[in-house]
Design a binder for this molecule. Structure first.
Ligand code: SF4
Length: 362
């Protein structure tokens, strides 16, 4: 019986050397050529015109599909933000978003899982439950799809789409290393942000790996009982444990990170909540990002009033806590971790701290 070689579902995520092995290439530079075509988003061997014709034919027969996902839906809002629905090889659908900020930066907001197990009560993805983890290839392909709909180079990446990236850390870090590859996309690690709801072992792993990406932690409340009610993750890793991990992360070389504070009317916006937040943020080099919650159908929260937000922000200012503030910008998509199930025109909150100074530091 013929022993057929097992091929991967996608060629994304592999080095030029690995491509030689996977595709039985006779010349090492074919691997480098294919790698470069993949980076350009070419998805058919026929289009790799610097390969000999016979090799193109052989490879097309060997592997008719060199990527494992396709764009199923696309929506654009007036800011130029584009949300794509991506169909995976098994029929699952995930979402990713191209964001364009006021400085003209083009950012890919990527998903790391199909659904999410974390169950944060303010997030629609949290209501889906977890279907499965994404592979590194599926993560990389989201970026490729977004590059194709972008008129400008996509220079920043945030893991704030569907799923908890630190609950799928190996494929996420493999994808990050691929994005960072000098001969490939060459994206600075400081332009890549991982957003977590507070998965402590993942934060410790990032510290251990010394992967100098930016970190954003979705805090939402600095009061333990309140946070446990809003975010079930807090019942596994509570605030003291989270703070310990974040202090360790910073002491072992991690830089300033963001505390994302999704503001929920009458839940986490009073003076008591602000005092708790100030106490939590002390001793750490952090920026608090105030994000008024955007309404999402079926979720039991309300957006705070401008007055509530102002008062909260003023308190942080008085206490010398660095913060940024997101103002609602109509239909613009910002995006927050996992809120991609929200229709495009509702507006989302994705954030990374706005610190250009260390954009290119490694
Ligand atoms: S906020 Fe992030 S971690 Fe929490 S349920 Fe949504 S996707 Fe999952």
């Amino acid at each position: 019986m013929e022993n057929k070689k097992k091929l991967p579902l996608s060629l994304y995520g592999f080095s030029a050397e690995m491509l030689c092995v996977i595709l039985d290439l006779t010349k090492p530079f074919y691997g480098r050529q294919i790698y470069q075509w993949l980076i350009k988003g070419i998805t058919s061997f026929d289009q790799m015109t610097d390969l000999p014709k016979f090799e193109r034919q052989r490879l097309s027969e060997l592997m008719p599909n060199i990527s494992s996902s396709s764009v199923e839906t696309s929506e654009t809002d007036e800011t130029g933000a584009v949300k794509l629905g991506i169909k995976l090889y098994d029929g699952s659908i995930i979402e990713c978003v191209l964001l364009i900020d006021s400085k003209g930066r083009h950012t890919a907001c990527l998903s790391s899982q199909v659904g999410c197990a974390m169950g944060c009560t303010f997030c629609r993805t949290g209501t889906m439950g977890l279907s499965r983890n994404l592979t590194a290839e599926e993560i990389i392909e989201q970026y490729i799809h977004l590059c194709k709909v972008s008129e400008e180079p996509v220079t920043h990446i945030v893991f704030m789409g569907m799923g908890e990236p630190l609950a799928n850390i190996a494929p996420v870090t493999r994808a990050i290393r691929y994005f960072h590859e000098e001969n490939g996309f060459n994206i600075s690690l400081r332009r890549i942000t991982i957003s977590t709801c507070g998965v402590v072992p993942g934060i410790l792993k990032l510290a251990e790996q010394k992967l100098q990406v930016k970190l954003a932690v979705s805090l939402v409340s600095a009061d333990n009982p309140t946070r446990s009610k809003i975010m079930p993750v807090n019942t596994t890793w509570d605030l003291p444990e989270l703070k310990k991990a974040l202090l360790h992360y910073q002491r072992t070389g991690g830089k300033r990170f963001t505390l994302e504070y999704c503001m929920l009317r009458d839940v986490n916006t009073n003076e008591f909540a602000a005092k708790k937040l100030v106490a939590f943020a002390r001793e750490m080099d952090v920026v608090v990002n105030l994000i008024p919650w955007n309404p999402a159908e079926g979720l039991p929260y309300e957006t705070p009033s401008a007055h509530e937000i102002d008062a909260f922000a003023r308190y942080l200012e008085r206490m010398n806590i660095k913060y940024t503030r997101r103002y609602p910008r109509g239909r613009e998509i910002n995006g927050a971790c996992g809120q991609l199930a929200v229709p495009l025109n509702k507006g989302l909150e994705v954030d990374y701290y706005d610190d250009d100074d260390d954009d290119d530091e490694e």
